[in-house]
Design a protein. Sequence first.
Length: 397
Amino acid sequence: MPIILTAAAVGLCLLIFVASVIPRGHSEEAIRLFGHAFLERADEYARLRYVSWVMKNAAIMMILAAMTLLQSGGRMYEGLRMHLGDTGGLFGTSLGVFLILTGVTLPFDYYSGFLIEREFGFATQSGISWLGDYLKSAAITMVIAVLGLTALVYISRRFPHTWWVLAAGGYAAFVFLWAMLSPIIIDPIFYRFRPVEDVAFKEKVIQMARTANIKVDEVLEVNASKKTLKGNAYFTGVFGTKRIVIYDNLLRRYPKRYSLLVIAHEIGHWSKGHIRNGILLSSLLGLVFLAILRKTSPTPLYAGDLPAIILLALAFIITTLPLSNAISRLQEREADRVVFDITGDTAGWVDLEIRLSRHNLGDVEPHPVIRAALFSHPSALERIRAAKEYLPQVTPP
Ligand SMILES: [Zn+2]
């Protein structure tokens, strides 16, 4: 099973690589809406990002595979255990593996997260400031991963029969807590948030939300312009931390009518319960992964096997990308339909999609393989088509 999963992940990476580098044409519709010059530049931007995604994941998998074959994890654990005891060995091994992985991914992330962004004129922060953010988020990931892996090994020792179910429950609780707490604890580490000031605008947002039968806790503006020129918005949180966050870039540089459409889309996610679905889906995938891990690993888990366990997890995540992204695209389409239902402004939506794609240099017509594997949202062309084909549901009198 681990071999099959890893082979599937490698195969998918290869497909993405091939789909990224082969030159291809565009449909007449794309050319009419966006023009040759834009499509060429957007294709170049997309190609660099996809190739770097493949390279990064290939590098991580190769390092983990090498560590597994050379039994470096076992040697690291046994060596540390002699000096620091069992707990120290366990902590040290997971920390060591994650430090190595961060070292491996840093150059790729610097290239795709900063150099490419600067090259295409999006980055507004300096390399040092980017690196500061990167190290902060790497540190957060590392703390969570090291604690999680240590707990996993402990649970497998303490409950030899049910550890995988217990771990799945723990993971589900973590996903839920993360959804609830990250907007108030993690996000402020990287950005400043403040309530949208325009009273008339906020009033309209609240009215729209009411039409969709939901209560918005907060509409916040984030100072994304400190780091990027791109425009976006997102919804986040559960219970009392539910919020809609809109990039200042979008709010300042676009007519209010468009900001409202973007927010209507986020309201759509809420009214259709997409945060809940996301938490459930992650928890389910966690359970499936742990079932695979139980089938393929000795119980209790051995700390020296951590590189193999992480490799299996990464292979699982990559292999299930087409599934999780297909579900995500369905939800995005559903949220778009809510926009049309509550605003009726399909013409505005078409115009907004064109503008945002131009502004963000979007891959408006991705290769089918790329779309299936990496696109959490339908492409701009698909969304434009859906808006044009939308028919309001007529309720009989
Ligand atoms: Zn969305």
